[in-house]
Every structure is written in structure tokens, then in C-alpha cells.
Design a protein. Structure first.
Length: 431
């Protein structure tokens, strides 16, 4: 057991130690505020406080894990073994920065509590994040810090027992629009037709007509093809379906359509099916609960996983609502149009609510890739090259490589053939 001495045990302290040293590094931990217990301990031990006791393994603590609420914090980014870091320590410290305060800052999304200008959808803009501004968004720095810290620990305590993590690859299919032409109803179909005609989009008009004749020709209806692709792999694929009332931002098929309901049930026979919450449900707890209830009733099994529309995570309220709606896991932590690690990690972690100073009972599964961030690339090889950089970092730290693909992009004709890209992704990263 690794014993950690500190002057004060807080919720932030235990949360961070359990995540970085426990879940990421697989160490058995103990905490104490008593000097005599620390001195008597014969096994590996470190002090995390302001002053070292003697000549032990010491990390000089920043104030962050012992404070409450949000404060204006000055962050200066340095380098530690070629990895960006912050919250610098002094020469007495065994490593040159406070790894635990820095990890908490990123994992808790501390900067998202600070004043900022939201984008048009009310989201935290990635361009204002510390990681983007200092060019480490594409690095899982929390996991890299932990790995480098472990190496330093093992030099001092070679007897330390470590339970290694396993690399996990999870492709996610997000379905907010299951069909673009089929099952739309007369009013929406005629409205779309007149809009296409007025815009002289005659190719789209012909496609509409062909789908009227044969609904299976709908460009977005790739579900059978995806399920067939998944048969080549042993992972349990994940589909997140929007199951909501029509609104400005939520324009999927009516939840009462027999064909749409049959589709969801048929996919649920082979894959994990859960809820892609609507934009309306992101701000309305009752709507979120109702969408969850209806989808659960349809597939006749509990709905525990969530994704938010447009990856619109508003900390801390989004996670409070998800907890209140009895979700256990969320897969929305990432940026739609930027590759990388929004929370600085590729490890699953519990959400810490800074306003309440508690760890909320919901697991956050950060994703590194959303397919919309790949639209900037003109060739499949360029997109794969960009993902390769993330993959190698995640594989190095034995983390979770979560990728989000949107059903509607599979049906779009662009310079990249999205289905072929998806096949290449599975073959390349499922190892």
C-alpha cells in the first residue's frame, strides 16, 4: 500500500488521489494526517503538503485541493519530460509540479466554471481552453503525467505493486437523424420537396423520389451494413438514438413511427442501445426523464448511458440532471469540431461537482474523436494520420480510445467515404 500523508483530507484530495493513483495507476492507497502513522509505515509512502517532514518522497502541494469554490488561478505552463504541465513546485519537491492539483483542474473542468463566452449553442468554446491555447489538447496529459510519475515512484520504491490497465477501444454510433427522406410524414416530406425545388437541388429531388419508391434506399439507413461490419469484431457496439419530440434542433423521425420503433428494437438485439438526449432535454430534467423512460420502455431494458445533443455539456448542471434522471455513464465529454481530450484524460472518471464539493455518482467516458472534426481532411489517409497520433498516445498509457461517428455522415457523399473510413478505423485501432 502507498501511504500518503497530508495536512488536510478533503473531498477534492481523495477524489484526485483515487483517480490518478488508484484508477489510472492501479495502486492501493492509504491516507493519513498523523505524522506518527506516516513515520511508522514501512512500505512506500509520500507526503503531499507544504513542507517535507524529513527526506521522504515529497510533493509540494498547491492550495487547489484544500480550497472550496472557484477562485481566479494563475496558470503557467511548463514542460516535464517533454509533456506540458502546470502548478510548478520548488526544488524540494520530487517532481517539478503539483501533479494532483493540475489533474484536478482538468478533470473537474475547473476552467468551465470560470466566466467565458459560450458559442451559439451555449457550449464552452474549445479555443478558450488551457489545453487548446497551450497546444496540448491532443495529449492525454493526466495519464501521461501519471505514467511518468509512476516511473519516478518505482525508482524510489521498486517493491510497489501496480495493477496495469488494459487498452480499450470503443466506437460509438450517434443517431440523431436515422433517416433523411423516409418516414418523415406528408407535411415534412412536401415541405422538404418544395425547399429542394426552390433551391434547384434536383439531384436531391430525384433521391427523394427514389426513397419514396423504396424506403431502404434512404442514404442515412446504414444500420444493417454497420451491424454486419461489427460482426467481425468481439466488442459490443454502442448506438445512441435520439428519441424525442420534434423541435428546432431535434428533427429526427417521430417516436410514434412504427418503422422507427422497429429499427431501434432490431439494433438493440445486437448492440448496446442508449439515449442521445435532445437539445430540449439538455435544459429540461422532466424532458430528459421522459425520453429515457420511453426508450427504455421500447427496448424493454434499463437505459443507463447518455449522450448530449451537440456534445453540449454544461458543468455542473448537465451532470446533476443526468444523476437525477438515474443515468450512470455519459459519453459526451469532448469537442465536436476538435480532436483531443477535453478533460485532459483518456481514462473514465467520476464527475466532481465543484459547487457542491462532492463526487457525483456518474462516470464520464471522454471521447478523443468526433467525426465532424475529421471533415476538415480531404483524404482518408490524412484523417487516419490525425487519429493515429491520438491512438499512439492512448495506447502508450493503456487508456480508452473512444470515437464518435454520426449516422448522418455515413449517408453523405463527400471527398471521404465515411463507411470506408469507419471500416479502416475498426481494423486499425481494435488491437
Amino acid at each position: 500500500m502507498l501511504l500518503i500523508y497530508t495536512h488536510k483530507i478533503t473531498n477534492r484530495f481523495t477524489y484526485t488521489m483515487n483517480q490518478v493513483l488508484g484508477r489510472i495507476l492501479g495502486l492501493e492507497l492509504g491516507f493519513t494526517t498523523k505524522v506518527e502513522d506516516f513515520i511508522k509505515h514501512n512500505g512506500p509512502k509520500i507526503t503531499y503538503t507544504k513542507q517535507p517532514l524529513q527526506n521522504e518522497f515529497f510533493i509540494r502541494a498547491n492550495d487547489l485541493l484544500f480550497e472550496q469554490g472557484i477562485n481566479d488561478i494563475e496558470v503557467r505552463v511548463k514542460q516535464w519530460q517533454d509533456v506540458p504541465c502546470f502548478f510548478e513546485t520548488d526544488e524540494r519537491s520530487s517532481i517539478p509540479f503539483d501533479i494532483f492539483s493540475a489533474s484536478f483542474y482538468l478533470l473537474s473542468r475547473y476552467e468551465e466554471y470560470l466566466p467565458h463566452v459560450r458559442d451559439s449553442l451555449g457550449r464552452f468554446p474549445p479555443e478558450t481552453s488551457l489545453a487548446f491555447q497551450h497546444k496540448f489538447l491532443e495529449l492525454p496529459v493526466v495519464d501521461l503525467w501519471a505514467l511518468q510519475f509512476l516511473n519516478v515512484l518505482l525508482e524510489r520504491f521498486p517493491e510497489l505493486e501496480v495493477k496495469k490497465r488494459n487498452y480499450v477501444f470503443t466506437p460509438i454510433i450517434n443517431v440523431t437523424t436515422s433517416h433523411i427522406f423516409a418516414m418523415r410524414g406528408l407535411g415534412r416530406t412536401l415541405g422538404g420537396l418544395f425547399k429542394d425545388l426552390s433551391g434547384f437541388r434536383f439531384a436531391r429531388v430525384l433521391k427523394r423520389i427514389s426513397v419514396w419508391i423504396n424506403p431502404k434506399k434512404d442514404p442515412y439507413d446504414n444500420f444493417s451494413k454497420l451491424l454486419e461490419i461489427h460482426k467481425n469484431y468481439s466488442f459490443k457496439s454502442m448506438f445512441f438514438f435520439q428519441f424525442a419530440a420534434y423541435s428546432e434542433h431535434d428533427k429526427n423521425i417521430s417516436i410514434h413511427r412504427t418503422g422507427f420503433r422497429y429499427l431501434i428494437k432490431s439494433v438493440a438485439d445486437y448492440s448496446i442501445v442508449s439515449l442521445s438526449a435532445s437539445m430540449a432535454a439538455g435544459d429540461n430534467l422532466n424532458a430528459l426523464k421522459e425520453e429515457k423512460r420511453r426508450l427504455s420502455q421500447l427496448i424493454n431494458r434499463p437505459i443507463k448511458y447518455s449522450r448530449m445533443r451537440y456534445n453540449r455539456v454544461m458543468v455542473p448542471q448537465t451532470y446533476r440532471n443526468l444523476v437525477a434522471a438515474e443515468f450512470t455513464d455519459d459519453f459526451s465529454m469532448g469537442y465536436t469540431h476538435h480532436l483531443g481530450f477535453r478533460a485532459g484524460t483518456c481514462a473514465t472518471f467520476y464527475f466532481y461537482d465543484i459547487n457542491l464539493e462532492v463526487q457525483q455518482p456518474i462516470k464520464v467516458h471522454p471521447f478523443a474523436v468526433c467525426d465532424y472534426a475529421l471533415k476538415r481532411y480531404k483524404k482518408q489517409s490524412a484523417a487516419l494520420e490525425a487519429m493515429d497520433k491520438l491512438y499512439h498516445q492512448v495506447k502508450l498509457v493503456r487508456g480508452n480510445f473512444n470515437l464518435v461517428f454520426s449516422n448522418e455522415l455515413f449517408g453523405e457523399k463527400q471527398q471521404i467515404h465515411w463507411i470506408n473510413l469507419y471500416k479502416a478505423v475498426l481494423k486499425r485501432y481494435y488491437v
